[in-house]
Design a binder for this molecule. Structure first.
Ligand SMILES: *Cc1c(COP(=O)(O)O)cnc(C)c1O
Length: 355
């Protein structure tokens, strides 16, 4: 069971607003609101005052358009050819990241007979999406190329903003300033979650945080300033005694060194409880960690609960919560908090509080 405190997400958004006085703060709700449920998170942010939203796919935008009808809703991945009319019809803003995207969108505007809103993405170091330097030079030299677009924002995306001292941040700041200087005047969008904490120079007319809203630490070397809005618990299905030498789980990767009590919880890698936690992870019971033993399997995970006689079938083990944050789970699993949250599967029941 995944309990999501929507009030804590709204509080996190307000805290980010306070840290970003230069302009509004969007809500990035891609990947189903980082796994927590975009159809719950987006209206909660909207109720707190958020009026700019980002998703990755058009389908993700269509899935929440009705809930936030007056908000700017933009698609980071850009328009797939052939989908432009749907963007225009549903009032969804594409993030244009190439000359082909620009030309397709201006053609759509011509057909529609009206200016259509767009966000222009400039690549300043990620080398994934966004105008590359040669494409940028073409647009800078010919602003008419954007005719028919209503340029809401020019944006770029930080490569290493969680590393405060990385020289990449300053390099991107300089490149973004130079890019914008040669483009038609438009508001700018720069910082993601960690970018907001880099300082004034990385602020802009619109910040785009995702992770920090959901409690992932945007300042990994410092205390987490965000509230944790998620609690993941899993029910114990069975508890059994195993003797010295008995093995637990696939391939017998763990063998009891002496008599132990093993609890089996109903979560596994198919639920996004990563298999790489095998033999490394833990759960929290009554404030105390219990060690994960053996392989994480598809639907089940086993814990050594020898010292915890109160754990019986029907008990709940906490897998994510105050005692074990998404960042903690990530450290044990060899990934980041983003992947921990976005992996949480559809089988896990979401329960929303704090509306
Ligand atoms: C995912 C994403 C964000 C949000 O980043 P966080 O680190 O989660 O705050 C912002 N901008 C772009 C382009 C993204 O892809």
């Amino acid at each position: 069971m995944l309990e999501v405190d929507l009030g804590a997400i709204a509080d996190n958004w307000r805290l980010l607003c306070a840290r970003h006085p230069r302009g509004p703060v969007a809500g990035v709700v891609k990947a189903d609101g980082y796994g927590l449920g975009a159809r719950a998170v987006a209206p909660a942010l909207h109720a707190a005052g958020c009026r700019h939203f980002f998703v990755a796919h058009l389908d993700e935008a269509l899935a929440i358009r009705d809930l936030i009808p007056d908000a700017l809703l933009a698609v980071l991945n850009g328009p797939i050819p052939g989908t432009e009319d749907e963007y225009a019809a549903r009032g969804i803003v594409p993030v244009l990241g190439s000359l082909a995207d620009i030309d397709a969108w201006t053609a759509t505007a011509r057909r529609a007979g009206r200016a259509l809103p767009a966000i222009l993405h400039v690549d300043t170091g990620m080398s994934r999406l966004g105008l590359d330097p040669s494409e940028l030079a073409i647009v800078q030299g010919d602003h008419g190329r954007l005719a028919g677009t209503d340029l809401c924002f020019v944006m770029t995306h930080l490569v290493a903003s969680e590393q405060r001292d990385s020289a990449l941040n300053e390099r991107q700041r300089a490149r973004f300033a130079a890019a914008c200087a040669g483009l038609p005047p438009a508001p700018r969008s720069f910082a993601n979650s960690s970018g907001i904490f880099l300082g004034d120079g990385w602020g802009s007319d619109l910040a785009r945080p995702g992770a920090a809203l959901y409690g992932i630490n945007p300042t990994p070397t410092e205390k987490n300033p965000m509230r944790l809005p998620v609690r993941l618990r899993s029910r114990v299905l069975a508890v059994r005694a195993v003797g010295k030498g008995d093995s637990v789980g696939y391939n017998a990767t763990w063998t009891a060194p002496k008599p132990r009590r093993i609890a089996t919880a109903c979560i596994g890698y198919a639920d996004g409880w990563h298999r790489s936690l095998s033999g490394r992870g833990a759960a929290i019971f009554d404030g105390t960690p219990v060690a994960l033993v053996g392989r994480v399997s598809m639907d089940l995970t086993t814990f050594d609960v020898t010292g915890q006689p109160a754990i019986v079938p029907g008990s709940w083990l906490e897998l994510i919560g105050p005692g074990q944050t998404p960042d903690d789970v990530a450290a044990a699993a060899g990934t980041n908090g983003y992947e921990v949250l976005t992996s949480l599967g559809a089988r896990i029941e979401r329960v929303y509080t704090g509306r």
